[in-house]
Ligand binder design. Structure first.
Ligand SMILES: [Zn+2]
Length: 478
């Protein structure tokens, strides 16, 4: 018997799916209409709490007994547990964050908090980051609860028919500011919400069309971050008599040296991603990807220019090296006073294998002895990279389920250039995968929707994703 014959599939029962899909879109729109903005605005400090309560209401409607906790004033989190019989092991966690980044209305085609449906999209802040995934996870949970009720069981107390693991749902506050007031608090105070054999989170399994081939990069790793403040010491003086040790001039040189892209280093995950993509793509594109994987910087740069639009090229460049982005610069007090000090803050994103100490040493080396001698380097905040294994039944199932729902699709493990709440689940040892399945149109510019004006998600992409996520849950937990 092949695995395909044994696995339950969502392909049956289209009417039920149509209803679930309609509910999913309405849930997403309702969530977008609650501006759960982070940092919390003074005039609406409880957006995350309102979003948590709205989700709790939907879960109660489905017969569940969710918990809402306020980790800090106005910072809401909502969690629920669906029981399995435990015979397959620990729970599967469906994880999401409730907060969104601010959305000044200027430049938007549709009001960012109106959740308009137009031109095949749901529009609004959070449509991709990440209320679409909340709505997908909610729809799966509600469907499981419906199945329990249809079998005469109480979904809040009885095992769900066929579930051999618990399914946890957790939507948390504060991810957009590092998560310490949301999931970070839960790790400390309510780890029972999060402890699981595996977690599904944002940013992965989103179709990316390259040379006509749909790749589905599944997030299995993410870079760490190390933020430093560099104080540059110059000499105060009169602006009428310029000095070479003007702190602003020195800071400009600091920035120039640090902003230069560093040497590439391919991690095992990125090697696997590039090799897998090269195997899947047609001839010329495959050659380009192989050049990226070769370690030859000039060949890689030519390949990036030829192969990708700048959006993907930026991401790929960042995924094969430690990066430094100088993002804050302060110097000067008056136009005719030569500044004696300047401050530069840099955002370093580090690959697995690069330690805090190694990153700091790299900064000093790049500055060179003379410049380093007038700089004080102070670490501000940081978190290490995280990786989840790919040799697990859950990871193999994620790939397998993508292929079952898109026969031409190519699932691949990938690293994310940015941080997510996986940094927090890692502290509990929960392998966390970026898996928010969406089958996007070939010309969709998904990476550019994050935190941007006119954030939106395609209705068809969402509709495709629901049975994919349901199948993953049913197969892993059944
Ligand atoms: Zn997000």
């Amino acid at each position: 018997m092949t695995t395909a014959e044994r696995l339950p599939s969502a392909a049956v029962d289209e009417t039920t799916w149509d209803r679930a899909r309609a509910g999913l879109v309405e849930d997403l729109r309702a969530l977008i209409r609650i501006p759960s903005v982070n940092p919390t605005p003074a005039d609406a400090p409880d957006g995350e709490l309102r979003a948590a309560r709205a989700i709790a209401d939907r879960l109660v409607d489905a017969g569940l007994r969710p918990d809402v906790v306020e980790s800090f004033p106005g910072r809401g989190n909502v969690g629920a547990r669906l029981r399995g019989d435990g015979s397959s092991g620990g729970p599967l966690l469906l994880l999401s964050h409730l907060d969104v980044v601010p959305a000044p209305t200027a430049g938007w085609t549709h009001d960012p908090f109106a959740a308009d449906v137009a031109d095949g999209y749901v529009w609004g802040r959070g449509a991709v980051d990440m209320k679409a995934m909340i709505a997908l996870e909610l729809a799966v949970v509600r469907r499981l609860a419906d199945e329990a009720r249809a079998a005469g069981r109480d979904p809040a107390a009885d095992p769900i028919p066929g579930l051999t693991r618990d399914v946890l749902f957790a939507a948390t506050a504060d991810e957009e500011a590092g998560g310490n007031q949301g999931i970070g608090w839960l790790v400390e105070h309510r780890p029972d919400w999060l402890r699981a054999d595996g977690a599904l989170n944002e940013c992965g399994a989103v179709a990316t069309t390259v040379a006509g081939t749909r790749l589905y990069p599944i997030g299995v790793a993410e870079k760490g971050f190390e933020v430093f403040r560099i104080r540059v010491r110059g000499t105060w003086g009169h602006g009428s008599m310029p000095r070479s040790d003007n702190a602003a001039v020195l800071a400009a040189e600091v920035i120039r040296r640090l902003a230069e892209p560093g040497a590439p280093r391919l991690t095992p995950v990125m090697t696997r991603f590039l090799d897998g993509a090269a195997d899947a793509l047609p001839g010329k594109a495959a050659a380009g990807v192989r050049a990226l994987a070769s370690g030859d910087v000039a060949a890689a740069e030519r390949a990036l220019d030829a192969l990708c639009d700048p959006m993907y090229a930026r991401a790929l460049r960042a995924l094969v090296r430690d990066t430094i982005s100088p993002d804050v610069v302060h110097a000067g007090v008056k136009y005719n006073v030569i500044p004696g000090e300047a401050t530069v803050e840099i955002d370093c994103r580090v690959l697995p294998g690069t330690s805090h100490e190694a990153m700091e040493a790299e900064i000093v080396a790049r500055l060179g002895p003379q410049l380093a001698a007038v700089c004080d380097i102070e670490p501000i905040i940081g978190a290490p990279p995280v990786e989840a294994p790919t040799d697990t039944p859950l990871y193999r199932l994620l790939e397998r389920t993508i292929r079952d729902h898109d026969a031409d699709g190519v699932p691949l493990p990938v690293m994310m250039p940015f941080a997510t709440d996986a940094k927090h689940t890692a502290k509990l040892g929960v392998p966390t995968y970026g898996f928010s399945p969406l089958r996007l149109e070939p010309d969709e510019r998904f990476l550019e929707r994050f935190h941007a004006v006119d954030e939106r998600v395609g209705l068809d992409a969402l509709r495709w994703g629901l049975p994919v996520l349901y199948d993953v849950v049913r197969r892993f937990c059944g």
